[in-house]
Write a protein that binds this ligand. Structure first.
Ligand SMILES: NC(=O)C1=CN([C@@H]2O[C@H](COP(=O)(O)OP(=O)(O)OC[C@H]3O[C@@H](n4cnc5c(N)ncnc54)[C@H](O)[C@@H]3O)[C@@H](O)[C@H]2O)C=CC1
Ligand SMILES: O=C(O)/C=C/C=C(\O)C(=O)O
Length: 495
């Protein structure tokens, strides 16, 4: 077997970069370790600025050809990628679980099918966009006598896509698919804690007929190659999902070339439970926030409950949460897997220890489990201005606060620097409408959570992000939008 192949759960994965349609190795490697059992998954090529520049050069060289490829042909190839993902669904699922520790059952039944959907959706939307493309505006000023405005979404150029480890392939393809559909070429930099499925995606894309250089994958540490990618003058778009400090760094690096950015960042989302809510549903929604061991940017980690039902809510929450099974994510019965990395575990534990030291009480959890596991935790007695209420923990840690009325609920909900999402549990549609209108959030769910529709805009307000992706919003970001104004026949320019 090649020195550059590793076998993970029976699946061969190439550990090199994918640049210009070829596998490229770096002199140095980094070790990829499984959060499931601490085993070594592989020695992965560790890029330097040289490989980063080579990937951008490959994307630049491939751009004119891919941009000129008819939309129908681009869509056909993206659908073939989706077919390839579905054909290798089980392999992608087992590798992703080994690499990031999220539940295998979720990968099999939810997350990896969404990867295929991302490609099909943006292939279809690209063709829809073509039909929307002849929007015309007529009349108006004296100078406008029936001119036609023709809007087109033109490919922008090479895009750098930097993605995190909590849903590695799903979050990557949610950027890769629209960027490619738009006619751009891509340099994907997956997170160093979960590099494997990006390599498999490169294989699948090549098998589907994506031309060389259209998709490039560079492995390595963001801190080492990030700047080489984000400050490169040939890069036309940067899309990033991850932490706020890294986003600030990327924005500063991109500023030199005024490269447009899309940033999907952290959250500290509230779940507002009103006394008129279906309490069973509210408890289900709250317990759901432990999914993926709480490593979800959208997670509603601040539970706000109206005073009269707080005691009953807490009793039912504890009853349900205590039944969650924490353990090996490959086991179908498991509800909560490990945290991704010892550093993430340390970070979570630090937040909780400091909260407990400042007077918080752990209703459940509040401590580490075995190995890389953290016990699902609910903290009460937390002050609104405390670190645990204000900062993103990114682990299975929820806080519970109470409120007296609607005004206080909205005030507490909006009182952080984030604005990614919010969930409202209420039996009163009028209240739902009133409260949703006042919440600062990119997405508000009423009596539901994590219902995602790719046609809808997705993104955050305040420190939770810049811009929106999804549906036409993705094409608005990944394209140079052009308006061509044509005078009607016989029109004389001097009016
Ligand atoms: N919004 C989200 O979905 C995510 C939020 N986070 C938050 O971030 C915290 C820290 O996690 P990290 O993995 O350290 O997040 P991070 O933001 O540093 O990493 C995300 C991606 O950015 C890359 N990166 C790092 N430094 C870079 C640089 N200077 N230039 C370009 N790319 C760079 C990484 O290699 C990775 O691919 C978590 O505890 C969580 O609070 C982390 C991952 C995802
Ligand atoms: O699954 C989605 O649609 C969105 C997920 C987003 C995250 O989990 C994240 O960025 O952390």
């Amino acid at each position: 077997m090649s020195a550059h192949l590793t076998t993970v759960a029976g699946v061969n994965v190439d550990t090199r970069h994918w640049i210009g349609g070829e596998r490229v190795a770096s002199a140095e490697t980094f070790t990829d370790v499984s959060p499931v059992d601490g085993s070594t998954l592989g020695e992965i090529s560790r890029a330097t600025g040289r490989e980063a520049a080579a990937a951008v050069a490959a994307a630049k060289a491939a751009f004119p050809g891919w941009a000129a490829t008819p939309r129908a042909e681009r869509a056909r190839i993206l659908r073939a990628v989706a077919d390839g993902v579905e054909k290798r669904l089980e392999e992608l699922a087992v590798v992703e679980t080994a690499d990031n520790g999220a539940l295998l059952r979720s990968h099999r039944r939810g997350v990896i099918p969404r990867v295929a959907h991302n490609f099909r959706f943006f292939a279809d939307w690209l063709l829809e966009l073509e039909h929307q493309d002849f929007t015309t505006h007529r009349g108006g000023s004296a100078a406008d006598r029936g001119h036609t405005n023709h809007v087109s979404w033109d490919p922008a150029g090479p895009c750098v896509l930097i993605t995190p480890w909590n849903a590695p392939l799903m979050l990557a393809t949610w950027k890769v698919a629209p960027a490619l559909a738009a006619g751009n070429t891509v340099v994907l930099k997956p997170a160093e804690w979960s590099p494997l499925t990006a390599s498999l995606l490169a294989d699948i894309a090549a098998e589907a007929g994506l031309p060389a250089g259209v998709l490039n994958v560079v492995q390595g540490y963001g801190s080492e190659i990030g700047d080489a990618l984000t400050s490169h003058p040939d890069v036309r778009r940067i899309s990033f999902t991850g932490s706020v400090p890294t986003a600030r760094h990327i924005a500063a690096s991109a500023a030199a070339n005024l490269t447009p950015l899309s940033l999907e960042l952290g959250g500290k989302s509230p779940l507002l439970v009103f006394a008129d809510a279906d309490l069973g549903l509210a408890v289900d929604l709250a317990v759901e926030q432990y999914d993926n061991a709480g490593q979800v940017c959208l997670a509603a980690t601040r539970i706000l409950v109206e005073e009269p039902v707080a005691e009953e809510f807490t009793r039912r929450f504890v009853e349900k949460a205590s039944r969650l099974i924490q353990g090996d994510p490959r086991d179908e019965a498991t509800d909560i897997g490990p945290t991704i990395h010892p550093r993430q575990l340390e970070k979570i534990d630090g937040f909780v220890r400091r909260a407990l030291a400042s007077g918080a009480r752990a209703v459940i959890g509040g401590h580490r489990g075995e190995g890389q596991y953290y016990a699902p935790t609910l903290l009460t007695g937390v002050a609104q201005d405390s670190e645990i209420v204000q900062e993103e923990v990114f682990g299975p840690v929820l806080t519970l606060q109470t409120f007296a009325d609607e005004d206080e609920a909205v005030r507490l909900a909006n009182d952080t620097r984030f604005g990614l999402a919010a969930t409202v549990a209420t039996g009163d549609p009028g209240r739902a409408e009133r409260v949703a209108a006042q919440l600062v959030a990119g997405t508000v769910w009423v009596n539901c959570f994590f219902v995602r529709d790719l046609r809808a805009p997705f993104g955050g307000s305040r420190d939770s992000g810049v811009g929106r992706e999804g549906g036409t919003w993705s094409f608005d970001f990944y394209c140079d939008i052009k308006n061509t104004v044509t005078a009607p026949k016989g029109w004389e320019n001097h009016g």
